[in-house]
Design a protein around this ligand. Structure first.
Ligand code: SAM
Length: 289
């Protein structure tokens, strides 16, 4: 089997099919065997595992996954890649390719069909333009997920990991950390891809919590509060939550809740940890008056 992790083999496949990269699909193919091996190791794939791969490209990582796992389903939006994948994956009987936009795939149903509804592992070199909707979709749509091991833009990996008081801290940090434990696997420079991306990359593994680290009565309301707090980053929390068209919370209510939490009236969202947002959400939630 051609090892596509070798640049010469990737070039040969691209030339054979006259493939034209489509920037709008975030196509930067991996051409570094060590990075590919690192991703597979970090994803901790065992022979009994079902793996969902997002955006297989020409099938480089798919080949590694197919060798490590029981079964792989790869979802690729670009129909020009489908005949290429049929070719590069022809030696594997345990891979199916779906030509679809991952944001439209019912991952819960897929996990039911392919893994008896048990938690699945997701592995991908993600198209960077839709990193957040992909990750949030996987967590929020109720699909059983065990872990997500993905290549993302370096800054995004940082945002997923940091806590309050840092400049990268925001809605993505809080959402990811509510659902999972992030672990930075490796930084990956642009020369490991073809074509080279303009930004640095990093592999991050998100291991889903068995139970969220905080208890909150209405998680959806908490996430609305979080989004409103960081939409208007430089505003105080009372102004941000008051000016948010979605929430329009009276300032006095916000100040009262902050007081109850022992926080200053002029506090900004970026100072609040996940547990603070959970508490604030319970205090400001519909039932608490
Ligand atoms: N896995 C390959 C590799 O590592 O060489 C390709 C990774 S490339 C960064 C991202 C891949 O995701 C491309 O193949 C692209 O066509 C595909 N893609 C982009 N948007 C997608 C979407 N909405 N749904 C599924 N695949 C998508």
């Amino acid at each position: 089997m051609a090892d596509l992790g070798k640049p010469a083999n990737t070039i040969a496949v691209l030339q054979k099919y006259d493939f034209v990269f489509r920037r709008k699909f975030g196509q930067n193919f991996l051409i570094d065997e060590r990075v590919l091996e690192k991703i597979i190791r970090a994803a901790d794939i065992a022979k009994e595992d079902f793996v969902l791969e997002i955006g297989p490209g020409i099938g480089t990582m798919t080949q590694y996954l197919a060798e490590a796992a029981r079964e792989v389903t790869a979802v690729e939006i670009d129909r020009n890649l489908i005949p290429i994948l049929e070719d590069t994956l022809s030696g594997y009987g345990n891979v199916s390719v779906i030509n679809e936009d991952i944001l439209k795939v019912d991952v819960k149903k897929l996990a039911e069909e392919k893994n008896g509804g048990q938690p699945i592992k997701v592995v991908a070199n993600l198209p960077y333009y839709i990193t957040t909707p992909i990750i949030m979709g996987l967590f929020e749509k109720g699909a059983p997920i065990e872990s997500i091991t993905v290549m993302v833009q370096k800054e995004v990996a940082e945002r997923m990991q940091v806590g309050p008081g840092t400049k990268d801290y925001g809605a993505l940090s809080l959402a990811v950390q509510y659902y999972a434990k992030p672990y930075l696997v490796a930084n990956v420079p642009p020369n490991c891809f073809m074509p080279r991306p303009k930004v640095g990359s990093a592999v991050i593994r998100l291991t889903r919590h068995a139970k969220p680290p905080v208890e909150v009565k209405d998680p959806a309301f908490m996430f609305r509060l979080i989004r409103a707090s960081f939409n208007q980053r430089r505003k105080t929390l009372q102004n941000g939550l008051n000016h948010s068209p979605e929430l329009a919370l009276p300032k006095e209510r916000v100040v009262k809740a902050l007081e109850e939490m022992g926080l200053p009236a002029a506090v900004r969202g970026e100072a609040l940890a996940l547990a603070d947002f959970a508490r604030l959400s319970d205090l400001l939630g519909r039932d608490s008056g």
